[in-house]
Write a protein that binds this ligand. Sequence first.
Ligand SMILES: C[S@@+](CC[C@H](N)C(=O)[O-])C[C@H]1O[C@@H](n2cnc3c(N)ncnc32)[C@H](O)[C@@H]1O
Length: 211
Amino acid sequence: MSEELETEPAVASAVFGEHLEVGRAFTAALARHGEELGLIGPLELPRLWTRHIVNSGLVASLLRPGSVADVGSGAGLPGLVLAIIRPDVQFTLIEPMERRVDWLERQVRELDLGNVLVERARAEDSAFKRQFDQVTARAVSALRTLIPVTAPLLKPGGELVLMKGAGVDGEIGAAQKVFRKYLVSDPEVLVLGEDLGTEPTRVFRATVDAR
Ligand SMILES: C[S@@+](CC[C@H](N)C(=O)[O-])C[C@H]1O[C@@H](n2cnc3c(N)ncnc32)[C@H](O)[C@@H]1O
């Protein structure tokens, strides 16, 4: 028996605001095609809204008007969700896998998003070094390996906004040498959404100083 898509939670309208219809269209497309395209696991439909869509959307409050690279966007998490909520921010989604890039480009067209560029590349091979105000990523790798591929995308003084799981403190401990090498300063862990009755979202946030 196939799993059913989770009912849209009340918190979705707070997260998407006036962009809720577009958020619904993206969520419906992901629910329809995500499994067949290998974008989401077979057990994710009953928690698609709370664990993936709302969880990604909560990060929108941390973005400044400017430019963001989302590294390893995959299904579009968090990059496409954030692009829907924040039309004032220019997004570049950096993803190496062709099938995922096709999906991302198709969603950009179908949702008529004018603030998204998709680059097919690994972040370390991106053509856009030192160009972004902020970099986001979700479920790509541990900080020790993620910082070396994300920090070089930032302008001097830019910010890492990396979605993390419950093991983030251990990742920070293991990444101290990398923090020094990449001039990562003021690291902090933010927990978003606790007051909204949804799954808390942990974000590792830090500045990357001028080299
Ligand atoms: C587990 S998926 C997570 C996808 C999405 N961020 C999410 O939360 O559902 C990891 C993604 O990172 C991409 N990826 C892995 N290494 C990468 C790299 N060095 N640069 C850019 N993307 C990378 C993979 O192709 C894959 O789409």
